[in-house]
Write a protein that binds this ligand. Structure first.
Ligand code: ZN
Length: 302
């Protein structure tokens, strides 16, 4: 129940935090991660990644960027490379910067996500989320029609397509409806926002302890390529840097909690320590919100 309250706080946090995160991106860029596997990074608005896999049967799209306009640019990138149909669209979680381009891919066989993604995007919660994004003055935002996933699952889904085997695995962490995708034959993990590369992560509706467990799970899988939700794809160091941040955040906040410190006192100690350690990362002004989320979660556990 207490976490429900946190979720409300999170909505406000999302607004403030995402505002800070927009307009920082340059034009979009398509990176060939493996043969047939591409990630589109940067772009107008929030800089969330879209990944697409071109198989012999058709295309799989993972996350759809923040607006139909940005999603249209992804579609153009796909069409430069193949005329095959878009078979599946997958959302790694409900956040608008990963789902508000869904309508561009609505003719795919299915838009797939964890059941909580559909719940979050339906009805008034979806509308509230879109209203938040509309206040951010992202170019093309007014064109968005919320298009929730039409195929959902609870724990795990496996897709066999054009010679590839995609494992979609639900975990809780960044939100209550995260999934990550493991493609064993490519030794590749598509992590959604469980991993941010080069940026302080957004934690407005996160579960810190579950997030750390999810990262441990990712670490147990044999992979050499990590495609994050934000920032460039990379090797194991991308994953390790994310885990390092999460463990340090938790450790530093817990230490203050054990000494009976208030939230403000905790922020005043932990913020500069994290800032010093991670000064090469973007979104350093999100640190206070990260500390707050962590402080609240572990206060409730004590
Ligand atoms: Zn997110």
């Amino acid at each position: 129940m207490a976490l429900k309250g946190l979720r409300w706080l999170a909505g406000v946090g999302f607004f403030v935090s995402v505002l800070a995160g927009i307009c920082s991106a340059e034009g979009s860029k398509t990176i060939e991660v493996w043969k047939n596997l591409f990630t589109v990074v940067n772009g107008d608005g929030v800089d969330s990644n879209t990944t697409f896999l071109i198989t012999s049967e058709g295309v799989v799209v993972i996350d759809t960027r923040v607006t139909p306009q940005e999603a249209g640019k992804v579609l153009a990138e796909i069409r430069k490379r193949t005329d095959l149909p878009i078979l599946y669209t997958i959302n790694t979680h409900y956040h608008g910067d990963h789902t508000f381009g869904n309508q561009v891919f609505k003719d795919s066989r299915a838009i797939i996500a964890h059941e909580n993604v559909r719940k979050s995007l339906m009805g008034s919660s979806g509308k509230d989320h879109l209203d938040f994004f509309k206040t951010m003055k992202i170019p093309g935002m007014d064109e968005t029609t919320i298009t929730p996933p039409n195929m959902i699952f609870k724990e795990r889904m496996e897709i066999f397509v054009g010679g590839y085997h995609l494992r979609l695995i639900h975990v809780r962490g960044h939100t209550d409806g995260d999934l990550f995708i493991y493609i064993k034959e490519l030794r590749t993990l598509i992590t959604g926002d469980l991993v941010f590369n080069g940026k302080i992560p957004y934690m407005g509706d996160a579960y810190i302890e579950d997030w750390i467990s999810a990262l441990t799970y990712l670490g147990d899988l044999d992979a050499e390529i990590y495609i994050p939700g934000h920032g460039n794809p990379g090797g194991k160091p991308v994953y390790l840097a994310m885990k390092d941040y999460m463990l340090n955040l938790k450790g530093m906040v817990l230490k203050q909690l054990e000494q009976g410190k208030s939230l403000k006192e905790t922020q005043d100690v932990v913020r500069p320590a994290l800032k010093k350690k991670y000064n090469d990362r973007k979104n350093l002004d999100w640190l206070d919100a990260n500390i707050e989320r962590t402080y609240l979660e572990y206060s409730l556990k004590r």
